[in-house]
Design a binder for this molecule. Sequence first.
Ligand SMILES: *[C@@H]1O[C@H](CO)[C@@H](O)[C@H](O)[C@H]1NC(C)=O
Ligand SMILES: *[C@@H]1O[C@H](CO)[C@@H](O)[C@H](O)[C@H]1NC(C)=O
Ligand SMILES: *[C@@H]1O[C@H](CO)[C@@H](O)[C@H](O)[C@H]1NC(C)=O
Ligand SMILES: *[C@@H]1O[C@H](CO)[C@@H](O)[C@H](O)[C@H]1NC(C)=O
Ligand SMILES: *[C@@H]1O[C@H](CO)[C@@H](O)[C@H](O)[C@H]1NC(C)=O
Length: 263
Amino acid sequence: MNPKHFIIIFLTLIVLGESSTNPEEFYKTCTDSFTCGNISGFRFPFRRETDPAYCGYPGFELNCDEKNAPTINIKNMTYHVKSIDPTAQILKIVREDMIESMCPQDRVNTTMDYTLFDYTSGYINTTLLFGCSVSFNGMGIGPTSCDNNGGSTVFFMPGIHVPEGCESGVVVPGPDRFFDLSELGRVLQDGFEVKWKVGDAVCTGCSQSGGRCVYDDDTRLTACGCPDPPFLADRCAGVNKTRVESSPKPSKELFPILFLIKN
Ligand SMILES: *[C@@H]1O[C@H](CO)[C@@H](O)[C@H](O)[C@H]1NC(C)=O
Ligand SMILES: *[C@@H]1O[C@H](CO)[C@@H](O)[C@H](O)[C@H]1NC(C)=O
Ligand SMILES: *[C@@H]1O[C@H](CO)[C@@H](O)[C@H](O)[C@H]1NC(C)=O
Ligand SMILES: *[C@@H]1O[C@H](CO)[C@@H](O)[C@H](O)[C@H]1NC(C)=O
Ligand SMILES: *[C@@H]1O[C@H](CO)[C@@H](O)[C@H](O)[C@H]1NC(C)=O
């Protein structure tokens, strides 16, 4: 073997070995669908926290705790996942600090990441008012006892309200019909639904072509991970081998090395 060729192969192996995201791994490492905690049917854009980052879209990391409900963090708030509808792209979630009681332990608003999720229809913003020195009887629900804080009263009001005359206000999704305590409790503790907004169009074509959706950190976009070259594409060459015409582009770090050797 020509020593020059040997050096090129040697350096290529080093560079590919160091590359953290070798595209060949994407399809192999990620799964089509998986079970997390006591819920099955998760797939891209979700990934388990223990999976490589490219298996899911940023913001869809799930913490899978054996037989318990999976949890997801949205805007620095932890939610328990109650159910998932992968076809409709709907997740039913409950604030972790409201699992035990519809009175939140953390006096912070429920804030969605609207770049990733939307509420499904059927909800309105609702304000929980704590420690009020004035009475809002007839304007919402309450006063109702909150079991934490030794039974301080709380008012539930449809809409967003400044907590004037109250210690604090917390905005949560509430029911848009039958605004009463049992319906509100159902939304807050059984869970409310959000629809996720990424991955649909690309992933349908990708799985039809025999690939699985992955996240390409270079382009910061959803891509199709394929079992055969090219390992990252819009869709895979799939069973139609006649369409496999291009080999994977050499990694960009290779160019300077090849250039040096040539000269
Ligand atoms: C999952 O486990 C949690 C308890 O951690 C329970 O409340 C929930 O109902 C379970 N969900 C399913 C679908 O079994
Ligand atoms: C995230 O929430 C924790 C408490 O749950 C809080 O201590 C922290 O400051 C929050 N971080 C941000 C960036 O809001
Ligand atoms: C919750 O949202 C309301 C309305 O946007 C705001 O006035 C209030 O300060 C927020 N509360 C917290 C704890 O961020
Ligand atoms: C709740 O209020 C926020 C902020 O004003 C708004 O973006 C969101 O659409 C509202 N949600 C609902 C369900 O009305
Ligand atoms: C396979 O690829 C060739 C060339 O691109 C194309 O003409 C043919 O229609 C494809 N066959 C199928 C079954 O997709």
